[in-house]
Design a protein around this ligand. Structure first.
Ligand code: ATP
Ligand code: MG
Length: 295
């Protein structure tokens, strides 16, 4: 069974999709892993980064997106999971003989509508609304879990906010990476995310959970090394587990967002971001991290 890694933060534009896709490439290229990226965001950024606009449109027209999968499974006897997965994606070349590969379960503009529809359908049965929400979320969680059989890692690119899909992903994940921008509002967003991930209600309850037992770890992104940034990061590290790796603010990271037809090496794709990505990969997928979390 795969290990499930969610990249999540309620706050938008903190680098969730970027980090999710970079980690997928890194794990396939350097760890020789079979990695599935599940795109849970209606903006479909992870899908665009991995299959480009045309590839995404093709998947959409073929009924091979995450909302097709959820809808089909809730409604009728659906295709095998593998029908929805696009294999060998991304614009990084992997040696033919190597096992490593990246696949994607494409995102969909309709995911929020599908969630609403599933909710209404269940609600019509007259069940208590909180229970209905819980049921939809649990069902989604089980459905995402099915993909674990064919992969070493399943990386869940979460949307900003608290949709059923985001909550299901956070619930399912063995580990959650929470990227953040080192600015003043981030502290609040991280505090909220931590409560949700650790399933506690107050900061006092959270404080009783030792760092090594927490399912999440934070990751400073857009790091410039300037101004009060260091102070903010140090302050956040007092309240939340934090990776030693940093993702600097770099054009090469921004450019990695663009999918190109032409396949390239990791060094060509990531340029001067490569050593930072290597450090991040080793830290996130290092045996010690996973064993500790699995313990
Ligand atoms: N370290 C970085 N350096 C430069 N640009 C970055 C970096 N990280 C992310 N970006 C850019 O910032 C923008 C937002 O990143 P991204 O889409 O990954 O964030 P997100 O958290 O997934 O956003 P959303 O909440 O909308 O899903 C993108 O244009 C991306 O290329
Ligand atoms: Mg995103």
């Amino acid at each position: 069974m795969a290990r499930f890694l969610a990249v999540a933060n309620r706050k938008g534009g903190v680098g969730k999709s970027t980090v999710a896709v970079m980690l997928a490439h890194a794990s396939a290229a350097w760890g020789r892993k079979r990695v599935l990226v599940v795109d849970l965001d209606t903006q479909c950024n992870a899908s665009l980064m991995l299959i480009g606009g045309e590839g995404w449109d093709k998947a959409r027209r073929a009924g091979r997106t995450i909302s097709d999968y959820f809808f089909d499974r809730f409604e009728k006897v659906a295709e095998d999971e593998s029908f929805y997965v696009v294999d060998g994606v991304g614009d990084v070349a992997h040696p033919r003989a190597a096992n490593g590969r990246v696949s994607v379960l494409p995102g969909s503009l309709m995911l929020e509508d599908v969630q609403g529809e599933l909710y209404l359908k269940q609600a019509k049965r007259g069940v208590d609304p909180d229970k209905v929400a819980q049921e939809v979320r649990n069902r989604m969680k089980r459905l995402i879990k099915h993909f674990g059989h064919d992969f070493d890692y399943v990386i869940l690119d979460c949307p900003p906010g608290l949709s059923f899909a985001a909550l299901a992903a956070i619930d399912l994940a063995d580990q959650v990476v929470v990227p953040f921008r080192p600015d003043f509002v981030s502290q609040f967003a991280l505090d909220r995310a931590a409560l949700l991930i650790e399933r506690v209600e107050t900061a006092d309850q959270l404080a009783t959970v030792p760092f090594e037992d927490r399912r999440y770890t934070t990751l400073p992104n857009y790091v410039t090394g300037k101004g009060r940034e260091r102070l903010l990061i140090d302050q956040i590290a007092l309240d939340h587990p934090m990776l030693k790796s940093r993702v600097p603010l770099l054009d090469s990271v921004a450019r990695a967002f663009d999918w190109e037809e032409h396949k390239k090496t990791m060094a060509e794709k990531f340029g001067d971001a490569l050593p930072h990505l290597k450090a991040l990969h080793d830290e996130v997928f290092g045996a010690a991290t996973w064993l500790a979390k699995a313990g």
